[in-house]
Design a protein around this ligand. Structure first.
Ligand SMILES: [Zn+2]
Length: 309
């Protein structure tokens, strides 16, 4: 009977370990998080823009954290965006959609997954948007669509370039066709931005997939990505099962997607402000170095023309 006692003893031990596991809420409210080398203080990670010092992993961040990094703390204004009626389809799976929304709002302190802000970089007024993955996986539904369109409209009204930091799994199934319609609506909004000759810069963050890559996120004049971000339409397993071939290790990661030509630049978080600032200065012809060079070139050509005549 000894073996039975041993099995029971092991069972008790497993129970103890399982009991000791922290809940989701405990993990979120903890001062610690984990990365390659085990526990890391969230404060330390925050000081390094939420990038791991050891492995360089760019941890996921919320919209306010993104704007804090991009514009600088207290250096931007969050714009109000319309919130359509919740739960238009009265959707319910294992839980009510309205309960899921309530929980996401409490967790993120946001009304919907998208936030729009305005601020300045390099003396250029910018309208910027971001998605928070913690808000129902960054999925896009009617409120998110409205927020993106409001951002684009603000950019057009103020003659601002539009910078967007997408992430998320795609359209939110709880709003089925209404969520799908946001793909068309946001695409049309981006087209309006282009008709007004305003630069539109997209910076992919981990993970961006589904309807988000299939609509507004892939339409940037310049497509930037943070290192090692997942950028995909369908998931790896679905593709592997369809093509029945082994896929490379870094499949659908920023570096691979850049090789395929869907991403122009991979930029570390600490360099994003400088890089986007420079790009916008060039696109808006506001770079003093460029304008000086242009003047010199035109002066030289005038001298040449005079000499020739
Ligand atoms: Zn790490």
């Amino acid at each position: 009977m000894n073996w039975i006692k041993r099995v029971l003893h092991i069972g008790e031990k497993i129970k103890k370990v399982l009991k000791k596991r922290p809940t989701k809420e405990e993990i979120e409210s903890s001062d610690w998080t984990s990365c390659c080398k085990g526990p890391v203080l969230k404060k330390e990670l925050e000081e390094n823009l939420w990038v791991c010092n050891s492995c360089g992993k760019h941890h996921r961040i919320g919209c306010r954290q993104r704007f804090d990094i991009f514009f600088g703390k207290n250096n931007y204004e969050i714009l109000e965006t319309p919130i359509p009626k919740d739960d238009p389809l009265r959707f319910e799976d294992s839980r009510k959609y309205t309960d899921r929304l309530k929980e996401a709002r409490k967790k993120t302190n946001q009304d919907c997954a998208v936030m729009i802000a305005r601020g300045k970089i390099n003396e250029i007024n910018i309208t910027a948007g971001a998605i928070n993955f913690d808000f129902m996986g960054g999925s896009v539904a009617s409120a998110e669509g409205e927020a993106i369109i409001t951002g684009v409209q603000h950019a057009i009204d103020n003659n601002n370039p539009f910078v967007f930091f997408p992430c998320g799994g795609g359209q939110r199934m709880h709003e089925s066709p209404i969520a799908l319609a946001q793909m068309t609506r946001t695409t049309l909004a981006v087209n309006e931005l282009k008709k007004n000759n305003l630069p539109y810069i997209v910076c992919f963050t981990d993970p961006t997939a589904g309807g988000i890559t299939a609509s507004f996120a892939m339409l940037g004049d310049v497509a930037i990505a943070e290192p090692n971000s997942l950028i995909a339409f369908a998931g790896r397993r679905v593709i592997q099962a369809t093509v029945k071939e082994d896929l490379p290790e870094n499949f659908q990661r920023s570096e691979y997607v850049q090789e395929c030509g869907f991403v122009d630049l991979i930029v570390e978080r600490k360099d994003l402000v400088e890089k986007i600032g420079t790009l916008l200065s060039i696109l808006l012809k506001k770079n003093s170095v460029i304008s000086t060079e242009e003047n010199e070139t035109s002066e030289n050509s005038q001298t040449l023309t005079r000499a020739a005549s």
